[in-house]
Design a protein around this ligand. Sequence first.
Ligand SMILES: C[S@@+](CC[C@H](N)C(=O)[O-])C[C@H]1O[C@@H](n2cnc3c(N)ncnc32)[C@H](O)[C@@H]1O
Length: 433
Amino acid sequence: MSLNDKVVTDFRRRLREAVENDREAWAASRRLVAPDVVADTLRRLEAAVAGSGLEPALRDELRLLLSQGTSAGLKALPQDALRGLTGLNPTKAIRNVCLLLGVGPAAQAVMVTAMTQETVEAVVRNRDNPFDILLEADGASLVDFGAGDLTFEENVVEQYLAPLEQAGRDLILHALDRLDPREKFGGLVRAERDRLDRLRHHPSPRLQFHFDGNKDMFDLGRRSPGPSRYTVAVCHSPASPTFAYEPTRLGVPAIQSRLRETKGEFRLAREQGLDVLKVLNKGEWFTFPPWKFDVYGPLALLDLLSRKGNVCVLGAVDMEVFWEILSQILPNESARPPGVFFTESNVGHYFGHPYERLSRLAVGERAVLPEVRRDIPRVLGVEGKRGETYGFRFVEIRRGAVFPGVPVGRTALIFDQMTTEAAPWFLTLVPGS
Ligand SMILES: C[S@@+](CC[C@H](N)C(=O)[O-])C[C@H]1O[C@@H](n2cnc3c(N)ncnc32)[C@H](O)[C@@H]1O
């Protein structure tokens, strides 16, 4: 059977559309033709072609061409024949057919470190910078929840990509934020277009960067599952009031009243076809994304981070969010008084000795919590419904926004301009298992 012009023209059009419809996946497909994985890519692509709904003559021709490269790599592919079919050079042709048929990176198990949590703890204890685990663990992967303007991602790439490249290793960097970069909200922290483009089109094939905007961190797993666990899971400057109140301790009605007292009157509304939250402050209505006052609480955040990271880092945590997180990781039940909102004047009473020590830390100083709660309830997924619990084997708390050599996000960098805010907190947590 020979291929007629119409089939080839139609195939080339579909290839072009696949690229136009998903530029990010197209950029990421460079990874599929890196020397260490291309043979595997060709094998998987051949299988995908065989099982595809492509026109039979086209399918057979493609299989024949691909079979010549599967063990010997791209150089062994019949270049002219492949170009005749796709109009592209072999590298682009393979990437493009992969995109069309949904052949993505191989199973990402190698990215997940095989280190035990005991070893992870030992590494973190011995380092001034928890992110240095990326250089020591056998998989260098990081997920950032609520990534904002992606300053942190750029800092991580600057600091870690070169040494990882030199060691012949990849850096996997996934970031997400509930803000949609195409919307007008969140000027300061919205994913910055130029930075996003620089990261997405970074020249190094060793960087696997992926950003999801308009994505709730608690949706993780529904759209792009990513690896089951990353070496490091991060949340820099966790949103307030999202994590400033624990609903299971305070109750939703009391939190709503508290928000009205502290933030002003608010209501959901529709504006120019969009759902928005309107908040009345000093006689003026301000507009926010509709989810701005969704309160998930620290238990949800700790549950997510502990599932997703071998090491969890919370940077530039403001005072209210810090109290609420600390309340959930201190061992004594007295740290979790039902229905009590924490304030400067009552936290010492509820948290006792561990807090006295922490509150004396000067900016730049740190302390390791001598004891950590072992039965933190899971609140997400079926494990939450079954009443499962977990613990952290190591929790280190630092005072301050920035630390020498430690990559941080945008909010940490501007914390010193927030004159009404007390110095924030930086937590490094190693989940028990
Ligand atoms: C205070 S900003 C911090 C941004 C950035 N991490 C930094 O350090 O500058 C909090 C960020 O969390 C995002 N956010 C809030 N709730 C979220 C959710 N449920 N899922 C994902 N992102 C969320 C906000 O859109 C915002 O960008």
